[in-house]
Write a protein that binds this ligand. Structure first.
Ligand code: B1M
Length: 208
């Protein structure tokens, strides 16, 4: 199976074809990490570019995202190894006002693969839900944002943790396309990760 074909099928939002292509690529011995990076993530980058250039619109972006998620679900068992002792609980979610969840799901998947227990809070997560996760045993709060307009809700959550007297009970990790190390420092987060594999490393470092 040609990775370019999977890439094209994600762009076209052809979920059944993506499913078939990913299965075929795995059967041909292509690594799940290669399929993820060179076909699925690469296609989403292209979708973003075309959207920005006005060549496609939200509905096309949405069907492409669904096709990507179909492929991602098939890769999950290969990306997530099991049996490891829990490395700690991470509550992860996309911040309030933001519905992008592909990156967040990928980060959750990689953390799970590295032995972390995941509390997936979903998307459009209000600051209070992150705060409440500390009572459920979360040692790390992971926040994702894809919009420049929603990044500020990361800071609102950090402030809500302080107001609840819980800031020193939990580590805060942030990420997402518009988020930077500088921004993380600015809002008082403990860690920033640019991608899913560095998120695993950062979470490990945060928990010592
Ligand atoms: Co939207 N969207 N979108 N979108 N979308 C972007 C983000 C955009 C950059 C597109 C563009 O203009 N080029 C743009 C944002 C511009 C900005 O803010 N500066 C944009 C816009 C404008 C919008 C809407 C406002 C469009 C509209 O309605 N007019 C709207 C907003 C809706 C809302 O959230 N309230 C919207 C909607 C959508 C869809 C629903 C159609 C769909 C999302 C579907 C879904 O997620 N289920 C969608 C998509 C698919 C995209 C793009 C094309 C792809 C995002 C993606 O999944 N990337 C995106 C363009 C782009 O990013 N190239 C775009 C693949 C994913 C693996 O990468 O999420 O970056 P990413 O995650 C990475 C890292 O960032 C990091 O690790 C991940 C894996 O390596 N990471 C973390 C992420 N979270 C982390 C957390 C961590 C650590 C690392 O620690 C906790």
């Amino acid at each position: 199976m040609d990775l370019k074909q999977i890439f094209d099928n994600v762009l076209d939002g052809a979920a059944p074809a993506v499913e078939a292509g990913v299965k075929e690529a795995l059967a041909a011995g292509i690594g799940a990490d290669v399929i993820l990076k060179d076909a699925l993530i690469a296609a989403m980058d292209e979708v973003g570019k075309r959207y920005e250039e006005g060549d496609i619109f939200v509905p096309e972006m949405l069907v492409a995202a669904r096709a990507m998620q179909t492929g991602l679900a098939l890769l999950k068992p290969y990306l997530v190894s099991s049996g490891a002792e829990s490395a700690g609980k991470v509550a992860i979610g996309t911040v309030k006002g933001d519905l992008h969840d592909i990156g967040k799901n990928l980060v959750a998947m990689m953390l799970e693969g590295a032995g972390f227990e995941i509390i997936d809070l979903g998307v459009d997560v209000p600051p209070q839900a992150f705060v409440d996760s500390v009572g459920k045993g979360a040692k790390v709060i992971g926040m994702s944002a894809l919009l420049t307009t929603t990044m500020s809700n990361m800071s609102v959550t950090v402030e809500a943790l302080k107001a609840a007297g819980l800031r020193d009970k939990v580590k805060v990790m942030v990420g997402g396309a518009p988020v930077t190390q500088d921004f993380a420092n600015q809002i008082g987060a403990d860690g920033f990760a640019a991608d899913a594999s560095s998120a695993t490393r950062v979470a490990r470092e945060l928990l010592g």
